[in-house]
Design a binder for this molecule. Structure first.
Ligand SMILES: *Cc1c(COP(=O)(O)O)cnc(C)c1O
Length: 390
């Protein structure tokens, strides 16, 4: 055997996809979330020894509210049992009810559609901006009617909705704004904390989220009346949708680390997008936020139609996952919802594309440093070049 064939042999083994029996780029698989850390263990010890883990009322919920108010620069916070419930309570706080319409993007978190329905209101679906995952003021206006009482606007997959223009439009139309910042806690949108632009903003403390207590959420608002209405709905003699003292206690140390971690995640995203710039087959979320402002939960790309044609998104994701990279598909969108459940504005072409072609990188790897990011880029490039058959 001459040396050329040996090198070819080694190369082909490195190039061969893990799914075809080649070596995986991350044989150890994706990193866990949340990381195993001493400060959280110290919380567990403290709440165990002082008994606060088992109380209806101790000091942690109050401390978390105060910390969120400072860190997110908002005047009122309502803590809830989930982000999904927080969206519903935010809408209730804005007096959305039966017979009202609420504008929502045709591509969004499924719970947001149901939160609107839960109030007896009707979702009015508008499109998202092509190439991204969020609507803008023009698209919201296309869905307006005199029955529209509120909009729910989400920042998704690294893409940010232009809140200044959206809130300006909403003020002119007399429409209330719920800003869903569940995927962007601690990020800035046009210079202001995500979740503080609208009449009410929502963040999540769900198990996969950047701040996690397994479950939980919060409504942020500047409007004391909104806070008061939520309080009334939430307290039916007891808290109806509570966050617990135990959950609040484990969130506090995570809030301290949020800004630093967001910065590291942002550096990783910038590096990854740079490494993949020459790679054909996928287009990333726009990342023109500037330093220190972004918050990345699941970073998004749209796969090119050519890739969709060659085996499809499932084949791409199965191959990337076999390399040990935590990538998954986006939301399914609301395109198949019947017109008895919602009003649809046009055919929502960009929402359809997002539903069919979105792939998302889960955030834990973004805290792993440059070497890990370079390996993610290699895994994606390896899979795409195999799918293109070049
Ligand atoms: C996670 C998420 C929510 C709320 O999720 P919960 O799991 O109920 O806390 C809401 N909106 C978006 C966009 C999300 O990603």
């Amino acid at each position: 055997m001459n040396s050329v064939t040996t090198i070819d042999h080694v190369n082909s083994d490195l190039q061969r996809l893990a799914i075809q029996g080649g070596a995986a780029i991350f044989p150890e698989g994706p990193p866990p979330w949340p990381p195993v850390e001493e400060d959280i263990l110290n919380v567990f010890r403290a709440i165990w020894s002082d008994g606060s883990w088992a109380r209806y009322q101790a000091q942690h919920l109050e401390a978390l509210e105060q910390q969120l108010m400072r860190q997110f620069e908002t005047s009122h916070v309502a803590l809830t049992c989930s982000g999904t419930v927080a969206v519903e309570l935010a809408l209730r706080g804005l007096k959305v009810g039966a017979g009202d319409e609420v504008i929502l993007a045709g591509y969004d978190f499924p719970g947001n559609f149901r939160a609107i329905e839960a109030l007896g209101a009707t979702p009015v679906l508008t499109d998202i901006v092509p190439g991204g995952w969020s609507p803008d003021a023009r698209l919201l206006d296309a869905a307006w009617s005199p029955r529209v009482r509120a909009v729910v606007v989400s920042h998704l997959h690294g893409d940010l909705a232009p809140m200044r223009e959206i809130c300006g439009w909403a003020a002119e139309r007399g429409v209330r704004v719920v800003e869903d910042a569940c995927q962007t806690p601690g990020g800035l949108v046009q210079g202001k904390a995500a979740g503080t632009w609208g009449d009410a903003g929502v963040i999540s403390f769900g198990g996969s989220k950047l701040l996690t207590a397994g479950r939980g959420g919060a409504v942020l608002t500047h409007d004391a009346q909104v806070r008061q209405r939520i309080r009334i709905v939430n307290q039916r003699g007891n808290e109806a949708f509570p966050l617990s003292e135990l959950q609040a206690a484990v969130l506090l140390p995570q809030l301290e680390k949020l800004a630093f971690r967001n910065q590291r995640r942002q550096q990783s995203v910038v590096r990854l997008v740079g490494k993949l710039a020459h790679v054909e087959g996928l287009t990333p979320a726009k990342i023109d936020g500037g330093p220190g402002v972004a918050s990345y939960y699941k970073f998004g790309w749209l796969l090119d139609p050519a890739i969709i044609g060659k085996g499809g998104r499932d084949a791409f994701l199965t191959a990337v996952q076999a390399e040990g990279v935590a990538m998954g598909e986006g939301f399914r969108g609301f395109l198949r919802r019947g017109n008895r459940r919602c009003r649809m504005v046009g055919t929502l072409p960009a929402s359809r594309i997002a539903a069919e072609r979105t792939v998302l990188l889960h955030h834990p790897i973004l805290l792993q440093g440059a070497e890990a990011i370079d390996r993610v880029a290699r895994a994606i490039e390896k899979v795409l070049s195999a799918m293109y058959g070049s």
